[in-house]
Design a binder for this molecule. Sequence first.
Ligand code: PPS
Length: 300
Amino acid sequence: MYQGFWHFSHISYDVFSVEAMMTMQNTFQAQPTDIYLITLPKSGTTWIKAVTYAIVNRERYKNSTLSSHPLLAYNPHKCVPFLETEVFGKTSVYVDGCLPRLFATHIPYTSLPQSILDSGCRIVYMCRNPKDVLVSLFHFTNKLRDKSRCQMAFDEAFEMFSKGIMPYGPYWDHVKGYYNFSLEHQKNILYLTYEDMKEDTVNRVKHIAEFLGYPFTKDEEARGVVGEIVRLCGFKSLSEVNKHGDFREGVPNDAFFREGKVGDWRNHLTDEMTKVLTQITEQKFHGMDISFEVGAHVRN
Ligand SMILES: Nc1ncnc2c1ncn2[C@@H]1O[C@H](COP(=O)(O)OS(=O)(=O)O)[C@@H](OP(=O)(O)O)[C@H]1O
């Protein structure tokens, strides 16, 4: 645990380790044009990476046939790198000196490199109903090939999650950290939920584009560019592209695409588990204008 949050150790995950993050805290230099996509694991990282990549690079690929778009060939995690992997030299496929630099990270607010906060760059934060995060994380870890390290029963996973133990957790503190930051810095951070994005993808995509300074023109809207991006980045399209192969050793591409639905927790949590997580969430988010109910919009 470091600065109130759980992290991997160097032995478990070198570039994502707490040691790597601590090094970066002091040395990483953000640029004002940078864009950071910040999430907790299993909160929509892959989706927001795809959407943002498609928005920001749409001019670049506008003449390419649909089949040559990078998102139809590569996992979105290859198109938008994690900050940690980039800083520690494991470059991704599509980071080739283009501006803006597009990074994703799970680093909690309290440990984010200061230069990111000082640079005035744009941050998109996406969170998701904790119950669905737990379920998604449970399935993901059980899909990893290194079974000895990750296998656990659902009630064990629940126990750990509700105690705050997950990578970059506690869940509630992570969400709250960025929520509080967003109250003071609405120009710099867009706070989204997975549920809102699911419910009204077209308008959310437009909103993200505007926030990032890449608004769709009337002509683009008339040509259906927004709809194309929504389809390209939709669960159906991405899960098809990523049906085979590995993202990295032991992590199959398809592990990032399971159901892509809101509310699958209802198929996993007992009434008692539901009660516990509801209580913790109500208590931790007391006074915050945040809801994961479909139809309830988070501040934007
Ligand atoms: N395009 C798209 N649209 C909607 N939903 C999507 C999409 N891509 C991935 N997913 C679902 O997101 C869940 C994985 O979360 P993350 O992408 O945050 O995982 S990770 O942190 O990058 O490992 C995981 O959710 P669950 O299906 O509930 O497990 C994925 O299925």
